[in-house]
Design a protein around this ligand. Structure first.
Ligand code: SF4
Ligand code: SF4
Ligand code: FES
Length: 491
């Protein structure tokens, strides 16, 4: 283990560690653009200059392996001056259009100008003009003038997605990022290039111009798009959720997430949500009544459940372990329900895997559901078998899927559920197929509740309530509390 000192602090690191990595261990910041932990070393930007004792020239920390006894300085006047002029080179042809740039507020040019720059530019030549707002594909836009040619995006398509769409073309100050033969940047991981672009050159079509980033807050949770369970940061404010970005977890998703996972926030926002209880009133010739308080609705449901002889539960793998526990404890443990159906989506491609992150099981918690069922000695019946006994059920309690986009059979399955006498549909999003159910109860989406998802590998990961979008919505645990209160059943 070589031992070195950086700015007077010593540290021992494994052989092969670079100076930039060792500095990170000591929480010593070193400016960088082209270096990224998840990519190969390019040594292109020359921002990470450091002074190494006994070495006449400044060195780039990203490509400098640590040696025993090395003495490094990252913040002396010589280093600061060199970094300042590296930054000036990057800004020579930069359009400085921060007021209309979507990266403003999280741009490394802005940040390093404040940390190392604060100079008066001496350049009096006209800036080189390049193309702005170039559509690279379905999800990504490029501003060639803002690009500092760090090559992170190129290395991503070469090394991670292995789709090779991007390259650096031309020479000198005419160099640009572009796609080969106009092949669009449409791989399933394309928006990662936006995340790793340190400046405002690559922006996301979905997010750009929607919100200034300083009006957003982030919280960490787990993507509910498939059984990989990528760790993510969700950005939100009082108007809802606006974007999802990956959070590093080397065991699960590394630095990345897929483009489908970027869309999971959409169904958490108000426009897709069931905002209040919907009740189909028998006494008013099928009229629909909205807005009964959830607690009152659950009381009424509870009273009727007490009389029920034959109850069916339909579960999807889109809820948390804690919710399955509460449900099975109550319905199996207390009410002795034995007709429990597992509504599994996309059965044909359920076990597929694209070799990077995306899994065919488009549920975050299949393992959690199966384990909870096993623990409670429950045999989960395929939902297709519901039809056989549908008319014998007084009640069908349906924990409907949150991400409806991956349940293409909703309409067909709902027709089947409607054959039972009374359906209680607990759902975070509305759907026309639910019309005609006796009850629709607004459920919390995954960004509004705490709990656990177990991924395909069996890794249990916590999700966190970070935002409240539908204040009346309830988790399955809260549904159980509401029911037990009116039924006088202790849990
Ligand atoms: S577009 Fe962004 S990530 Fe790609 S080379 Fe330019 S600055 Fe780097
Ligand atoms: S791979 Fe799966 S868990 Fe990861 S971001 Fe995509 S949908 Fe979400
Ligand atoms: S981060 Fe070291 S040269 Fe770019």
């Amino acid at each position: 283990m070589p031992k070195l000192t950086i700015n007077g602090q010593s540290i021992e690191v494994p052989q092969g560690t670079t100076v930039i990595q060792a500095a990170k261990e000591l929480n010593i910041p070193i400016a960088h653009y082209c270096y990224h932990e998840g990519l190969s070393i390019a040594g292109a930007c020359r921002m990470c200059l450091v002074e190494v004792e006994k070495n006449p020239k400044l060195q780039i920390a990203c490509n400098l392996p640590v040696t025993d006894g090395m003495v490094v300085y990252t913040d002396n006047p010589r280093v600061k001056d060199a970094v300042k002029w590296s930054l000036d080179f990057h800004l020579i042809n930069h359009p400085l259009d921060c007021p209309i740039c979507d990266q403003a507020g999280e741009c490394k040019l802005q940040d390093y100008y404040m940390d190392y720059g604060l100079y008066t530019p001496e350049m009096d030549q006209r800036k080189v003009k390049k193309n702005k707002a170039v559509s690279l594909g379905d999800r990504v836009v490029l501003d060639q003038e803002r690009c500092i040619l760090c090559s992170r995006c190129v290395r991503f398509t070469k090394e991670v997605s292995k789709t090779h769409e991007l390259g650096i073309f031309n020479r000198g100050d005419r160099s640009i990022i572009a796609t080969f033969e106009d092949r669009p940047l449409n791989n399933n991981y394309s928006v990662n290039t936006v995340d790793i672009c340190p400046v405002g050159a690559l922006t996301s079509k979905d997010f750009r111009f929607k919100q200034r980033v300083w009006f957003l807050k982030d919280f960490d949770t787990i993507c509910n798009g498939c059984s990989t369970g990528c760790n993510v940061k969700v950005s939100y404010n009082a108007n809802g959720v606006f974007r999802v970005r990956p959070k590093v977890n080397k065991e699960v998703n590394g630095h990345w997430m897929c483009d489908f996972g970027r869309d999971i926030y959409k169904h958490t926002n108000k426009e897709y949500r069931l905002e209040a209880v919907v009740e189909k009133r028998e006494d008013l010739s099928g009229a629909t009544v909205k807005g009964k308080p959830v607690a009152l609705a659950l009381q009424e449901i509870g009273k009727n459940l007490k009389q029920a002889k034959n109850i069916a539960l339909v579960l999807t793998a889109q809820y948390t372990v804690e919710e399955y526990e509460a449900f099975l404890n109550f319905f199996v443990g207390k009410l002795k329900v034995s007709s429990i159906y597992y509504w599994k989506n996309n059965e044909t491609s359920f076990d597929s895997f694209d070799g990077l992150l995306i899994r065919g099981d488009k549920n975050p918690n299949t393992q959690g559901l199966l384990k909870a069922a096993q623990k409670h000695n429950v045999k989960l019946l395929p939902v297709t078998e519901f039809d056989k006994s549908a008319s014998s059920f007084d009640f069908c309690i349906l924990a409907a899927p949150e991400n409806q986009a991956v349940y293409p059979d909703i309409t067909e399955k709902c027709q089947m559920f409607k054959k039972s006498n009374e359906v209680v549909c607990i759902t975070s999003c509305y759907n026309d197929s639910y019309n005609g159910f006796k009850w629709q109860i607004p459920a919390k989406s995954f960004v509004e509740k705490d709990g656990t998802f177990v991924n395909f590998k069996g890794v249990a990961q916590k999700i966190k309530a970070g935002v409240k979008i539908i204040p009346t919505s309830v988790s399955l645990e809260e549904v159980v509390y509401g029911l037990t209160e009116s039924m006088g059943v202790s849990i």
